[in-house]
Design a protein around this ligand. Structure first.
Ligand SMILES: [Ca+2]
Length: 418
């Protein structure tokens, strides 16, 4: 019996099949008297079999190494383009064309089939080194009429660099960005790091922009993830003009940046909004172990570097080696060994039925895409996709039943129902 196939078809059902019984629920009667219990979906063995970096215990069952699931609806993977350099983000334009960022400082508009429409230049200078460069992009909610886009980047600033957000008007006829203004800077700038900039951008339903920033990796930056007067290691919520979004949790506190929405983050490069609940979800890099998926709520402390399921790259413990602490939020899910989460997207349709509302997270060091089945804000199943490509999956966008994916190898893929 193909247990995995059966369970995939039965996704969402804890199915127990008594072979030899005339089971009305399954319609299965084989005449074989051997009783076989097929495990519920989430009791299939986890995909991860490598040893963890630490011996830490999860805070609750299913917080890591959840049971595997397998997609049964046939789907196909098409490579739409290659040789894209170092794409960092892919999003959809209203006319179903794609808008891609390239880390060195330009963007591209591509047709749905992957062919190039126009290169877009004229962006402010980026600090294109390490993990820095031109990073994410988001369309103004009124893009159809104003052609305004927002982008995040590593900005050379004073004597250092930082994560900045700028806006400008896309002139797709001339291939230029114009009327550029920098609307937000995750201060302070540092002069000794080219790592952990964040930085994903996503608008909420009210037209406010979520922005994530990293803690810059160096020891000078790391503790600032816990400081409300620092822009490092945060999720912000700002207006289109870069002001604090109305209702932000720390407005009015003298010791806090009013743009902060949540804090205690390490390096969040993934944000998306759940298509049903409207909640903001995030994924962030842990150190050696401890990559996290978080459900982001305003004013909440997500713990880094005080609590973590990871250890230092050197093998030493992080801080006091604490995983759970009152006042600090647990991740919904974590990985050890790590995934290295690039961009992510919920599957906001049902062309592939078992994918509806699932979360797809691009893995860099893992060289696969993690598909997480989420029910009641808990992960109940995991699948790994595109392992055969052996590429670093940098960003994922959903559109009309399809997923568009860019990789550090410079490829653009599309996954669609067969
Ligand atoms: Ca955390």
């Amino acid at each position: 019996m193909q247990l995995k196939t059966f369970l995939g078809i039965s996704a969402g059902i804890a199915a127990f099949l008594c072979v030899g019984c005339n089971d009305s629920a399954t319609g299965n009667a084989t005449g074989n008297s051997t009783e076989v219990t097929i495990p519920a979906r989430d009791t299939l063995p986890p995909l991860e079999t490598k040893a963890a970096n630490s011996d830490y215990n999860p805070a609750f069952p299913g917080q890591t190494r959840i049971g595997a699931v397998k997609t049964t609806t046939p789907y196909q993977v098409d490579k739409l383009a290659e040789g894209l350099g170092r794409p960092w983000a892919v999003i959809l334009l209203p006319d179903e064309k794609l808008l891609l960022t390239e880390k060195s400082g330009y963007m591209e508009i591509r047709n749905p089939d992957g062919s190039l429409v126009k290169k877009i230049t004229g962006f402010p200078k980026v600090d294109d080194g390490g993990q820095g460069g031109l990073l994410d992009v988001a369309l103004d909610p009124d893009y159809n009429t104003n052609k305004i886009i927002y982008w995040s980047y590593a900005e050379p600033y004073k004597k250092g660099n930082l994560t900045a957000v700028a806006k400008g008007q896309l002139n797709d006829t001339d291939g230029k960005i114009q009327n550029v203004t920098v609307i937000f800077r995750a201060t302070p700038e540092l002069n000794n790091s080219k790592l952990h900039y964040g930085s994903r951008l996503i608008f909420d339903k009210d037209g406010h922009l979520f922005v994530s920033s990293g803690e810059r990796s160096v020891l000078e930056g790391r503790p600032q993830a816990q400081l409300l007067n620092s822009g490092l290691g945060k999720v912000f919520k700002i207006t289109k003009e870069g002001k604090p979004a109305p209702g932000n949790p720390f407005i009015g506190r003298a010791d806090a940046m009013p743009e902060i929405y949540s804090y205690g983050h390490r390096n969040p490069q993934s944000l998306d909004i759940h298509p049903v609940t409207g909640d903001l979800w995030e994924a962030e890099f842990g150190p050696r172990g401890g990559d996290e998926v978080n459900l982001i709520k305003p004013g909440v402390n997500y713990g880094w570097p005080t609590i973590t399921y990871g250890i230092e790259y050197s093998g030493k413990k992080v801080g006091d080696s604490i995983q759970q602490l009152d006042g600090m939020q647990q991740p919904v899910y974590y990985w050890d060994p790590v995934l290295s989460p690039g961009g992510m997207s919920f599957y906001k349709g049902n062309a592939i039925p078992e994918w509806e509302n699932n979360l797809f997270i691009g893995g860099l060091s893992s060289s696969h895409i993690a598909r997480l089945v989420i029910e009641n804000n808990k992960v109940v199943g995991e699948e790994w996709l595109l392992e055969d490509k052996k590429e670093r999956f940098r960003d994922i966008a959903y559109h009309n039943g399809m997923l568009y994916i860019v990789t550090d190898q410079g490829n653009l893929y599309r996954i669609s129902r067969q």
